[in-house]
Design a protein around this ligand. Structure first.
Ligand SMILES: Nc1ncnc2c1ncn2[C@@H]1O[C@H](COP(=O)(O)OP(=O)(O)O)[C@@H](O)[C@H]1O
Ligand SMILES: [Mg+2]
Length: 595
C-alpha cells in the first residue's frame, strides 16, 4: 500500500500490529495469561466448593458419610481459594505495571518513527493534528485492548469452558453442553452485531472526530492569519459543520451500541432463568441435589457478571481497535521515498552535483515540471538559481535533497546516485536555509545548534555573530536561553532567517542550499551578513536561490529557470550579452532586485 489514506485496514492488520508491540515481551505476556487462567479456575472452583458445602450441610446428621469436620474443612478451603484468587489477581496487576508502561511507550516510539519516515508530500497532505491524535490515541487504545482481553475476554472464556467441563464431570453433561452452546450463540450474535453494525458506525464517528481535531488544530496553528482577517466566525462555522457530522455519526454509533447491550442483557438473563429453573425442576424430581441448585445459582451469577461486562468490553475493544487502525495503516503503508536495500552512506569528497535527464512532476499523470533536465553543478562553486516564481527553483533543490523521487533520469553527488545512498547520510551532507524557516519551540541556543547539539556556546555565538543576530539575542532578557515560541512565531521573519543562517553555519556541511534565505532582510541587514555568507560558501558547493542582483552577481554560475527548463546558464556578463530571459529579468529589476 502506498502512502494513502487508511481505508483498507482489516482486523487482522490491527491485531498483527498490536501483537508486534505487546509480543516484544513474550515471557511477560504468557505470565499474565497464566495468572488470568488461574483466577478463572478459582472462579469456577468457588461455586463448586460451595456446592460441596451445601450438600455436606444438607447431609449432616442424615448419613455417616459427612461429618462436621468435613464441613469445616470445606469452609477453610473456600477461604483458602478466595485468598489465592486475590493473590493471583494482584500478582497479575503488579506484573502488568512494568509491562504496560513498556508497551505504551513502545507504541509511541514505533508510530513516531514510522511517521518520520513518510515523505514530505505525505506530511504536506496530512494534518499534523490528526497524526498527533492518531499516535496518542494508540497509547490508550493498546492499553484498553490488553485490559479487555486479559481481565475480561480471556477469563470469560475460561470461566464458561471450566463451568461446562465441571458440570459434565459432575453428572450434568446436558447442562454443561447447554452452557457451551449458549456461549457460542452469545458470542456469535453479539459479536456479529458489534463487528458488522456497531464497528462501522464507530469508525465513521472516529473519522469525523479526527477531522474535527484536524480543523481545530489547523485553525489554532494559523491563529495569526485568523486574527488578521477577523475570520474567527468563519473558522467556527467550519468547525460547526464538522461537528454536525460528528454529532450525527456519534449518536448513530451510540444507539447501535446501546441496542446491542439490551440484546446481551436479554440473553444473559435468559441463561440464568433457564439454569435455575432446570436445576430446581431436576431437584423436584430427585435428580439434583441442593448443592446443584446452589451451583446453578452462583455459577450463573459469576457468568452473568462476566458477560455483562463482556458486552461493554466488546464495544470498548471495538473502539480501541478502531483507534489502532490508523497506526496499523501507517505500518502497512510504504513510505514514498525509501532507502534502497543496499543503500550506502553518501561519501561527499568534492560536492559536485549532476542532474542527468531528470524527469519529475508532483502529480503523476499531469505534465511533468522537469522534463529530461540535465545540468552539472561544479564542486565547491556557488551557483545562483534565478527565475520567476513557480519556475521550479525550490523544486530543483528539493530534488537534490531527495525529498521527492525523480520519475526518470538520476541525480548524482560526486558520482553517487542519490537514490542509492541512505537518506540520512544525504540529508546530513546538506545544510539548508529555507525561505520561511521553521524553528523549534526550544531555546535560541538549541535552535542554532540543532545540527550539532554538542557544540559549545562559543561556536553558537560565533555563528550568530556571522549571521548578525548575536546583538539582538544578547539584548533579550534571557539571551540564548530565550524560547522562540511555536514554530518560531516570537521572532520576525528576518530574525528567523538569520537564526536559520546561523544554524546552517554551525551545521558546516559540504553542500549548502539557500532558498531565498535573505528574502525577509532589508538590504542594509543583508549587506551586514554578506561577509559571513561569503565565508560560508567558501569551499562548499552552494545553491543559492535569490532575487537580489548583489547576491546573484557574486555567483560563479547562474542557472536561469523558466517553466521547469533551464533556459540559460553562465555568468552574469555572459547572460546579459545573450539578451534572453535573464536580460528580461534584469531589465525588469528595480533597485538591484531581480524579479
Ligand atoms: N508540493 C507541491 N505539490 C504540487 N505542486 C507543487 C508543489 N510544490 C511546488 N509545486 C508546483 O511546482 C511548480 C514549481 O514550484 P517551485 O519549485 O516552488 O517554484 P519556485 O521556487 O521557482 O518559485 C509550481 O507550479 C508549483 O505550483
Ligand atoms: Mg521557491
Amino acid at each position: 500500500m502506498k502512502e494513502t489514506a487508511e481505508k483498507d485496514i482489516t482486523l487482522g492488520d490491527s491485531v498483527a500490529f498490536v501483537w508486534s508491540i505487546i509480543g516484544r515481551q513474550k515471557a511477560m505476556f504468557f505470565g499474565m495469561l497464566f495468572c488470568a487462567s488461574v483466577f478463572a479456575a478459582v472462579e469456577v472452583a468457588l461455586p463448586a466448593i460451595g456446592k460441596a458445602l451445601f450438600d455436606g450441610i444438607a447431609a449432616y446428621g442424615t448419613t455417616d458419610e459427612i461429618d462436621a469436620k468435613t464441613v469445616w474443612e470445606l469452609v477453610f478451603t473456600l477461604f483458602g481459594f478466595l485468598i489465592g484468587f486475590w493473590i493471583f489477581r494482584y500478582g497479575m496487576y503488579f506484573l502488568w505495571i512494568p509491562y504496560s508502561a513498556a508497551y505504551m511507550r513502545k507504541i509511541v516510539e514505533v508510530g513516531f518513527t514510522r511517521v518520520q519516515q513518510f515523505s514530505t508530500s505525505w506530511h504536506n497532505d496530512t494534518f499534523a493534528g490528526v497524526t498527533v491524535r492518531n499516535i496518542t490515541r494508540g497509547v490508550t487504545a493498546i492499553d484498553g485492548i490488553m485490559e479487555t482481553c486479559l481481565t475480561q475476554f480471556f477469563p470469560t472464556f475460561m470461566v464458561i469452558l471450566g463451568s461446562a467441563a465441571y458440570m459434565a464431570f459432575t453428572g450434568h453433561p446436558i447442562m454443561g453442553l447447554a452452557l457451551f452452546v449458549f456461549l457460542i450463540t452469545f458470542v456469535t450474535i453479539t459479536g456479529t452485531i458489534s463487528l458488522k453494525v456497531v464497528a462501522p458506525r464507530n469508525r465513521a464517528a472516529n473519522e469525523a472526530d479526527s477531522h474535527v481535531g484536524g480543523l481545530v488544530a489547523d485553525a489554532i496553528t494559523c491563529n495569526a492569519a485568523v486574527k488578521v482577517f477577523g475570520a474567527e466566525g468563519q473558522e467556527l462555522e467550519r468547525i460547526s459543520a464538522g461537528l454536525d457530522t460528528w454529532q450525527q455519526r456519534k449518536m448513530r454509533a451510540w444507539y447501535a451500541g446501546a441496542t446491542n447491550g439490551i440484546l446481551q442483557t436479554v440473553l444473559t438473563v435468559g441463561l440464568r432463568a433457564g439454569f435455575v429453573f432446570t436445576s430446581v425442576y431436576l431437584w423436584t424430581r430427585g435428580q439434583a441435589s441442593l448443592g446443584d441448585v446452589y451451583f446453578a445459582l452462583s455459577i450463573t451469577a459469576v457468568i452473568n457478571s462476566y458477560l455483562r461486562d463482556f458486552g461493554t468490553q466488546l464495544r470498548t475493544l471495538q473502539n480501541n481497535i478502531n483507534d489502532i487502525d490508523p497506526l496499523a495503516a501507517y505500518m502497512k503503508m510504504t513510505p514514498a521515498v525509501i532507502d534502497a536495500p543496499e543503500a550506502k552512506p553518501l561519501a561527499v569528497t568534492e560536492g559536485g552535483i549532476r542532474f542527468e535527464s531528470v524527469t519529475f512532476g508532483y502529480k503523476r499523470g499531469l505534465p511533468p515540471l522537469f522534463h529530461d533536465l540535465s545540468v552539472e553543478i561544479p564542486a565547491g562553486r556557488t551557483v545562483a538559481l534565478v527565475g520567476r516564481s513557480g519556475s521550479g527553483k525550490s523544486s530543483f533543490v528539493k530534488l537534490v535533497q531527495r525529498l521527492y523521487d525523480v520519475q526518470g533520469g538520476m541525480i548524482a553527488i560526486d558520482g553517487q546516485n542519490i537514490a542509492g545512498v541512505t537518506q540520512e547520510s544525504l540529508h546530513k551532507s546538506i545544510a539548508l536555509v529555507p525561505q520561511d524557516p521553521v524553528l523549534f519551540h526550544r531555546t535560541l541556543a538549541e535552535n542554532i545548534a540543532y545540527a550539532r547539539p554538542d557544540v559549545p556556546l562559543g561556536v553558537i555565538r560565533e555563528a550568530a555573530r556571522d549571521a548578525s543576530i548575536d546583538d539582538f539575542i544578547m539584548s533579550l532578557p534571557e539571551k540564548y536561553n530565550t524560547m522562540v515560541g511555536e514554530r518560531g512565531v516570537k521572532l520576525s521573519g528576518g530574525e528567523r532567517q538569520r537564526v536559520a543562517i546561523a544554524r546552517a553555519i554551525v551545521a558546516a556541511r559540504p553542500i549548502l542550499v539557500m532558498d531565498e534565505a535573505t528574502s525577509s532582510l532589508d538590504s542594509v541587514s543583508e549587506a551586514a551578513i554578506q561577509d559571513a555568507l561569503l565565508k560560508m560558501t567558501k569551499g562548499r558547493t552552494t545553491l543559492i536561490i535569490a532575487h537580489r542582483l548583489s547576491t546573484i552577481r557574486r555567483a560563479d554560475m547562474i542557472l536561469v529557470f523558466d517553466q521547469g527548463r533551464i533556459a540559460e546558464q553562465g555568468s552574469h556578463e555572459q547572460l546579459l550579452a545573450k539578451n534572453g530571459v535573464y536580460k528580461g529579468l534584469y531589465d525588469a529589476q528595480v533597485g538591484g532586485l531581480i524579479l
